[in-house]
Ligand binder design. Structure first.
Ligand code: GLP
Length: 241
């Protein structure tokens, strides 16, 4: 694992933006894997700025998001589609047909998972995957004990994940109980991975991810086995490492 220690959240966003910008400049038809959550918000803001300034273009970029809640449609402010549109897509020059998120409203959810996997394969797999880290060590929505060999699938959300994400909803009862997520095997198939972690709240989990044993109890620990993984974390997040 290549670990880059930065001072704080803005520095983490800046470093991530630098790496992605460099990657996009040398890979014109890049396939990007994107994440939601508070962690990548600063990065997206910076990418929007670079796009507006004409330094990078998304015209030939395809994107695949990690996950989506089941039961929330695109217009629901808590859906990940809505989040991505607000924070990135509506501000950049990416053609809509090149944007992909699992459809949490699909009638046949299993079919939707299989189709999503197929689309990623057809795109030639993900070139650069951005990841955040769940408090319980999840990546995407792969909760602890998810088998490492799973591809895109339906997952029941842990109570702790629902609690952690309840801050975005009116009440915990409104937080969906299920999601569609890329699997660990899908994520590990990405050519390059950048994991972003900020804040003391994540410090204990990050220490397990970096130094602990590779176990399905801590899904992100599998990243130790990836050939091209960069962790960009701030001092607070690395305080227990
Ligand atoms: C969510 C997402 C993850 C994200 C994680 C951390 O559950 N499914 O992709 O990495 O939460 O979120 P945050 O960045 O807000 O801490």
């Amino acid at each position: 694992m290549n670990i880059i220690k930065v001072k704080d959240y803005p520095a983490m966003s800046e470093k991530a933006c630098e790496i992605i910008t460099k990657h996009m400049k040398s890979n014109k038809r890049s396939v990007l894997g994107l994440a939601t959550g508070s962690t990548p918000e600063g990065l997206y803001e910076k990418l929007v700025h670079k796009n507006k300034q004409g330094e990078i273009t998304f015209q030939y970029t395809s994107t695949f998001n990690l996950d989506e809640y089941i039961g929330l449609d695109k217009n629901n402010p808590n859906s990940y589609y809505y989040f991505m549109n607000e924070h990135l897509f509506k501000h950049i020059d990416i053609p809509e047909k090149q944007i992909h998120l699992p459809n949490g409203m699909a009638k046949n959810k299993q079919q939707e998972c299989d189709n999503y996997e197929q689309l990623i394969k057809q795109a030639g797999n993900i070139d650069l995957q951005i990841l955040g880290l769940g408090l319980n060590g999840h990546i995407g929505f792969n909760e602890p004990k998810t088998p490492f060999d799973q591809r895109t699938h339906i997952i029941e959300l842990d109570e702790s994940t629902r609690q952690a994400n309840a801050r975005f909803f009116n009440s915990i009862d409104d937080v969906p109980t299920e999601a569609i997520t890329m699997g660990i095997a899908t994520i590990m198939g990405s050519k390059k991975i950048v994991l972003l972690v900020s804040g003391e709240k994540k410090a204990e989990t990050l220490a397990k991810v970096i130094q602990g044993e590779v176990t399905e109890d801590v899904p992100a620990s599998i990243l130790q086995k990836h050939a091209d993984i960069t962790v960009i974390a701030d001092e607070a997040a690395l305080s227990k490492t």
